[in-house]
Design a protein around this ligand. Structure first.
Ligand code: SF4
Length: 368
């Protein structure tokens, strides 16, 4: 077979998704003060798919399960049920060799760059160790060359000068660049970024987002970008998936999800994010009465029916007792909300979350 035909055949065999979590759940058993055990349902029946060169933002507030989902994709936790597929093949094998092979394709970038670098060693050692583990064919001179390339790739120049520093001698942004360089050392296909910019100064967040964007366009990396910040997701990603209380509630193309959210929780997240086109006064008006919105539910004993119903101003009788089905919309956009089944989804575009909350409160007061 000619080289061209071989390349075409291998491209044809390449699966559509480089990494996939298919219907994964993760339950943790925890022991209470009196020795009683409880089950935390951190993630329930979640599906995430990443294509090569795609950036998917996974958004939700703290405790929504997004970090647990990323840790399953990074194989730090095995799913309680469901499966992870890498290039279409189910991921198996718990041994060190199987994990190392997996991590040569999938790398996780943590929120805290300081905690993820060995503070006792210089930057050069931190990168060299990753190369020795994942690129054993490289000799010392080749590794040194590679370290220089990696430092330049993340704009830490002069490379030799930065490579000789200890992590504590770098700024937060420089440390996170080293973490990204170390992830790139293994030549992965997928990066999982768990709030990778949230601990950085606002002034350097944009630089970091542009660096991640460059890795996608120039290296074809797929990126799962985990954040509670809709504004950065809007800037960086192609698609958005929204998690609430361990479940995925909406997903679709970025423009559609942000311009016309199809789940009340997504609408709440978007309306609570800073928007320069909406003045501070407008935002305050949006959030008049927001402290009545309540807290996220316990994942030990989550609400029956739709988990968002105690906080939802659109809730109806079905929402309290029955989990809403998934409704497929256009362009791969979907949402799980009874409003779609009941033909009431248009209400989402007609009001703000806060106005709907006020209207609901007045209705309940009138009825009592
Ligand atoms: Fe609100 Fe009901 Fe939709 Fe849940 S299913 S988000 S409670 S309207």
């Amino acid at each position: 077979m000619s080289e061209v035909l071989r390349e075409e055949a291998s491209a044809a065999e390449e699966p559509e998704y480089v990494l996939e979590a298919r219907n994964v759940s993760k339950h943790f058993t925890v022991r209470g003060p009196l020795g009683r055990t409880s089950v935390v349902r951190a993630v329930e029946d979640a599906t995430v798919r990443l294509k090569p060169g795609q950036i998917l933002a996974l958004v939700g507030e703290s405790g929504s399960g997004k970090t647990t989902l990323a840790q399953m994709l990074a194989r730090f936790h095995e799913p309680t049920s469901g499966e992870i597929l890498l290039r279409g093949d189910p991921v198996r094998g718990a041994g060190r060799r199987a994990r190392r092979a997996y991590h040569s394709e999938v790398q996780l970038i943590f929120q805290d760059p300081f905690g993820s670098l060995n503070p006792l060693h210089r930057v050069r050692y931190n990168l060299d160790r990753a190369l020795r583990l994942h690129q054993p064919q490289l000799n010392a001179a080749m590794r040194e060359q590679r370290i220089t390339e990696l430092m330049e790739r993340v704009s830490l120049t002069p490379a030799a000068e930065f490579a000789a520093k200890f992590p504590h001698e770098l700024s937060g942004g420089q440390r996170q660049r080293v973490v990204i360089a170390r992830a790139l050392a293994v030549e992965p296909r997928v990066l999982l970024g768990d709030e990778p910019i949230s601990m950085l100064d606002v002034s350097i967040r944009l630089e970091m987002l542009n660096l991640l964007q460059g890795l996608r366009t120039e290296d074809g990396l797929a990126l799962l970008y985990i954040t509670h910040d809709i504004a950065s997701a809007r800037y960086l990603c192609d698609e958005i998936a929204v998690m609430y209380a361990g479940q995925m509630v909406e997903s679709g193309p970025k423009e559609e999800v942000i311009a016309a959210p199809q789940h009340p929780y997504t609408k709440l997240l978007i309306e609570s994010s800073p928007d320069p086109e909406r003045g501070v006064g407008d935002r305050d008006a949006l959030f008049e009465g927001a402290d009545e919105l309540g807290e996220p539910p316990s994942l030990i004993d989550p609400p029956a029916g739709c988990r968002f119903h105690p906080r939802c101003p659109f809730a109806m009788a079905e929402c309290v007792s029955q989990a809403p089905p998934r409704t497929e919309l256009d362009n791969g956009h979907w949402a799980t909300c009874w409003l779609h089944v009941k033909g009431r989804a248009g209400e989402l575009a007609q009001t703000t979350h806060a106005a709907a909350t006020t209207a609901r409160r007045e209705m309940l007061q009138g009825a009592s």
